[in-house]
Design a protein around this ligand. Structure first.
Ligand code: CA
Length: 223
């Protein structure tokens, strides 16, 4: 899952980005509204964390422009304490959730997880696909009741496929959602990771759709 963080306070931006990377997200950062708007307009994010008080273009305007242009990614806004009117304006501009500064990183992470899974149509923190399950809180993966150890990159790919199960996901789409902007992307490596995932999971849940990409399916007869 790939997240954009738009925040102009350098220390806070770094702290949030580090926390997200640690939690297994690919993260891009922008330090003003113009850069943030551009990235959110041109890159496919699974969620955006958007500060409202930003230089060049303020956060509310950025959000309004994205929504006006049909950008639908979930957006969590960072608001100042005691400014209830900011929250109202934020929701009216198209925000999906908010946290008030200062906040605990744990709360930010929990809200982000909820936003991402809800936007993919999952209500529960644990996501199932046939015999495979992932717990989005702990990052625990299991297949047929056995806990499977995955590398960070394998987890990112499985998590994206699990969130979007039953849909065909192209290698390009996977690449765009598991690597940040600065990563030297090579969609061929995705195939290697998929091979390792299949081996580790030991169950046939990741289908190759020839020429199109991959699809996670819950049962063998769903073909
Ligand atoms: Ca600010």
């Amino acid at each position: 899952m790939r997240v954009l963080v738009v925040e102009d306070e350098p220390d806070l931006a770094r702290q949030v980005a580090d926390t997200l990377v640690e939690a297994g997200y690919a993260v891009d950062t922008a330090k003003d509204g113009e850069e943030g708007h551009f990235l959110g307009d041109t890159e496919p994010y699974d969620a955006v964390i958007l500060d409202l008080g930003l230089p060049v273009i303020d956060g509310l305007t950025v959000l309004e422009r994205w929504r006006r242009d049909g950008r639908k990614m979930p957006v969590l806004i960072l608001t100042a304490r005691d400014r209830w009117s900011e929250k109202v304006a934020g929701f009216d501009a198209g925000a999906d959730d908010y946290v008030t500064k200062p906040f605990q990183m744990e709360e930010l992470l929990a809200r982000l997880r909820a936003l991402i899974r809800r936007s993919a149509g999952h209500a529960s923190a644990e996501i199932f696909c046939g015999p495979v399950s992932i717990d989005t809180r702990s990052g625990r993966v299991s297949a047929e009741g056995v806990v499977i150890k995955l590398t960070a990159q394998e987890y990112k790919i499985l998590s994206y496929l699990m969130h979007h199960q039953d849909k065909v996901v192209s290698r390009t789409e996977l690449t765009e959602h598991v690597y940040d902007q600065d990563f030297d992307r090579d969609s061929n490596t995705i195939e290697v990771f998929i091979g390792r995932l299949r081996k580790k999971l030991g169950v046939d849940v990741i289908r190759t759709e020839r020429g199109l990409g991959y699809r996670m399916v819950a049962s063998d007869n769903a073909a």
